[in-house]
Design a protein. Structure first.
Length: 202
């Protein structure tokens, strides 16, 4: 049994292991992956993302806004968003969405310590720059630098998820599991803590 357990743990811990290849190795809606660059003007919980990524993530919200405000059908609005994405109307609507406060979770693989996962607010989008900008403070936990490292990104379009991730993030940072954290997040936190590296948290 020990040998079988060792094989399973070994396969699951590698970048090319079972979890990555069979569970999270596909494409997901409202997610992306991008090369990182540094922006020292960002707060620790902020991120800047490329315009093309943001417009794709919010294309359905933009479609609905266009259809209801400009007397279009949903088909016409969707086509407009994807054909004229640099149109002033689209940019104005996207600015409105960002101003509401939009959040993403991003991480650096492999996630062998909890500082490789971050919850951040989108500060702005970048036109003509296809990289994501992150603050200096998150680099250590992600073991990342600026030689082409890329991060996975998930857009939290459901605002109800944000408090759950905040509670989870705080609980993990303090080595405590708060009772308000849902069971599935508690389990994730406990598993991640069990395998974190010595330098992961102080």
């Amino acid at each position: 049994m020990d040998a079988v357990e060792h094989i399973i743990k070994n396969e699951m811990s590698k970048k090319e292991g079972f979890v990555r290849s069979e569970i999270v190795g596909g494409s997901f809606s409202f997610s992306g992956r991008d090369v990182v660059t540094l922006d020292i003007t960002l707060n620790v919980d902020e991120v800047d993302l490329p315009y093309s990524m943001v417009i794709t993530a919010y294309q359905y919200r933009l479609t609905y806004m266009l259809a209801t405000r400009y007397n279009m059908t949903l088909e016409q609005a969707y086509l407009f968003v994807n054909t004229y994405e640099r149109n002033d109307i689209i940019i104005s609507l996207l600015d409105e969405i960002i101003a509401e406060g939009q959040w993403v979770v991003y991480l650096r693989e492999p996630t062998n310590n909890l500082k490789s996962i971050a919850l951040s607010k989108i500060r702005r989008y970048k036109i003509g720059d296809d990289t994501m900008s992150i603050p200096l403070e998150v680099l250590g936990g992600m073991n990342a630098d600026f030689d082409g490292d890329a991060l996975d990104i998930w857009f939290l379009l459901d605002k109800g998820l944000i408090p759950k991730f905040e509670a989870f993030h705080r609980s993990c940072l303090t080595d405590r599991i708060n009772e308000t954290v849902p069971l599935d997040l508690k389990e994730w936190c406990a598993v991640s803590m069990g395998r974190r590296s010595e330098e992961g948290f102080s």
